[in-house]
Design a protein around this ligand. Structure first.
Ligand SMILES: Nc1nc2c(c(=O)[nH]1)N[C@H]1C(S)=C(S)[C@@H](COP(=O)(O)O)O[C@H]1N2
Ligand SMILES: [Mo]
Length: 424
C-alpha cells in the first residue's frame, strides 16, 4: 500500500487523519483512540527486495544486498527454538572465500605473522600455536549450545533521519545450535600474558576490492568477554558443517555482543594489550557514549564501542498481514533475548499498548539462547489490529515503544515489534 498525504514530512502519521488511517489499512480500527500519533501503521510498511539465489539458503530470505551478500530472515520464519541452516541470516562485509579445504584449514593463535595479520598486532600471548580443526576437536572438550547472534544494525531501517548502511528490518538475527570448543579453553592452552586486554579475529574472506592486502573486517571483544564460557569456536551448525555463507569451516560465536564480533572463516586470533584496532573496530559498531540529538554530528571522543546488545523480542506467529475470523482464538508466539542473558518477562498488546497481557515465557535452553513466548488472544470485534510484544530483561529494563536513541550509524534499534492482523 502506498504512503499518502496523511503522512507528515517525516513519514509519521498525523493523529488527526483517523479516517485516512482506516482507509489506508482498509478496515475499521477498533482501538483507534489509542493509535499513537507519530507511528505508521505496520500494514503500510513495504520492504524492498533484490532477487538472488544463494546456494544452501531459502529463497524466502530477503536479500538486502548482493555485493557483499546480505540477507535477512522474515520474522514469521523464525518461529522455532532453533534457527535452521537455510534460514540463518547472512551479513558479509567482503567476498565469500573459495576453494576451502576443511581438512587442511588451520587456526593460528599468537604472535607470529601471517599474511592477514602482522606479528605486531598480537602482543599478549605466551606463544604461537596453530591448530587444525581435527586438533581443536580432539584437544578440547566439545560443547553444543543454542546461541543468538544479532547484527548490531538490525532494525536500522526505522531510524529517522535514516542511517546509511544495510536497511535491516527485523531479521538480522538467529539462534542456531552450534558445536565447537570454548574460546576460553583454547586461549588458556595457548597462554595469555598479564597485559592481555582484547582479542581480535581474522578470517579468510577477501576484501570487496579484491586487494589481497586489505582486510574486510577484523573485530574483537574485551578479554573478559572472550573468557566467558559461552563464547565458542565452532565448526557445526545444527549438527551439520557450517553453511559457507555463515563461515564454513570455522567461526567464532560470541553471544550477547553485536554479531560482528563472531568472526567467520576464522583463521587467526590475536591477543592485544589494548583495544583491538582492526577494520570496523574504529569507525563502526560504535554508538554515542551519551545520548545525542537526532541528526547531530557526534565527535569521535563521544563514540564508544558497542558491547552488550539490548533486550529484544520478535513476534514469529502470526505473520504480519494475517487474517482471522471473528471469534477465533489466536495464539501469538515469538522469541525474546538479551545481551545480558536471561529475559524476565514478555508482554503483548492488541490495543496499541493501552493494556498488556503477560505472555508465557519458556526458560532458555542454555544461557544466550532465545526464549519462546506465547499468549492466547481474543479480539473484541472485527477490524484492523496491531499485535505488539515487549520483553523485559532480568534487570527490569524493557524494550522501548518507540525507536530508541538515534545514532549516526543506526545501531541497536530494539523498539517493540509490531505486526498487523485483520479480524474479518
Ligand atoms: N570474516 C568475517 N566475519 C564476519 C563478517 C564478515 O564479513 N567477515 N561479518 C560479521 C557481521 S557484521 C555479522 S552481523 C555476522 C553475521 O553472521 P552470519 O552471516 O553468519 O549471520 O558475522 C560477522 N563476522
Ligand atoms: Mo553485523
Amino acid at each position: 500500500m502506498s504512503q499518502n498525504a496523511s503522512l507528515d514530512r517525516r513519514g509519521f502519521f498525523k493523529k488527526s487523519g483517523i479516517l485516512a488511517l482506516m482507509s489506508a489499512v482498509g478496515s475499521e480500527i477498533p482501538f483507534v483512540r489509542n493509535f499513537p500519533g507519530g507511528l505508521v501503521p505496520v500494514a503500510m510498511a513495504a520492504p524492498t527486495m533484490v532477487e538472488l539465489n544463494i546456494p544452501g539458503k531459502s529463497l524466502e530470505l530477503v536479500v538486502l544486498g548482493d555485493k557483499p551478500v546480505v540477507a535477512e530472515t522474515p520474522p514469521h520464519l523464525l518461529d522455532s527454538e532453533v534457527t535452521p541452516n537455510d534460514l540463518m541470516f547472512i551479513r558479509n562485509n567482503g567476498l565469500v572465500p573459495t576453494n576451502i579445504n576443511a581438512a587442511t584449514w588451520t587456526l593460528t593463535i599468537g604472535s607470529e605473522a601471517t599474511p592477514n595479520s602482522p606479528a605486531r598486532e598480537s602482543e599478549s600471548t605466551k606463544r604461537t600455536v596453530t591448530f587444525t580443526i581435527a586438533e581443536l576437536k580432539s584437544k578440547f572438550k566439545n560443547y553444543t549450545s543454542n546461541l543468538v547472534i544479532e547484527c548490531g544494525g538490525n532494525g536500522r531501517s526505522e531510524f529517522n533521519p535514516p542511517a546509511k548502511g544495510n536497511q535491516w528490518t527485523l531479521g538480522g538475527v538467529g539462534c542456531p545450535s552450534w558445536t565447537g570448543v570454548r574460546l576460553k579453553d583454547v586461549l588458556e592452552y595457548v597462554g595469555l600474558k598479564n597485559d592481555a586486554v582484547y582479542i581480535g579475529y581474522y578470517g579468510s574472506d577477501p576484501h570487496l576490492s579484491g586487494d589481497a592486502t586489505k582486510v574486510p573486517i577484523s573485530r574483537g571483544v574485551p578479554i573478559k568477554k572472550a573468557l566467558q564460557e559461552d563464547a565458542l569456536i565452532v565448526w557445526e551448525m545444527n549438527g551439520a558443517p557450517l553453511p559457507i555463507q555463515n563461515g564454513y569451516p570455522l567461526r567464532l560465536v560470541i553471544p550477547g555482543y553485536p554479531a560482528s564480533v563472531s568472526g567467520k572463516w576464522l583463521n587467526r586470533i590475536v591477543v592485544r594489550n589494548k583495544v583491538h584496532d582492526g577494520p570496523k573496530m574504529v569507525d563502526d559498531y560504535r554508538n554515542p557514549c551519551t545520548p545525542v540529538e537526532p541528526a547531530s554530528d557526534v565527535p569521535n571522543s563521544n563514540m564508544c564501542v558497542i558491547e552488550e546488545m539490548p533486550i529484544k523480542s520478535l513476534i514469529t506467529y502470526p505473520a504480519s498481514g494475517a487474517k482471522f475470523n471473528f471469534g477465533d482464538k489466536v495464539e501469538i508466539r515469538g522469541n525474546a533475548w538479551s545481551g545480558i542473558g536471561d529475559v524476565k518477562e514478555v508482554f503483548v498488546s492488541i490495543d496499541f499498548g493501552a493494556t498488556w497481557i503477560k505472555a508465557n515465557l519458556k526458560k532458555p535452553v542454555n544461557k544466550f539462547a532465545w526464549q519462546r513466548f506465547s499468549a492466547n488472544l481474543k479480539f473484541p470485534s472485527k477490524g484492523y489490529y496491531e499485535l505488539w510484544a515487549r520483553a523485559v530483561d532480568k534487570k527490569g529494563v524493557s524494550q522501548p515503544m518507540v525507536i530508541p536513541g538515534w545514532n549516526p550509524k543506526g545501531y541497536l534499534n530494539n523498539a517493540t515489534h509490531r505486526i498487523a492482523v485483520k479480524i474479518v
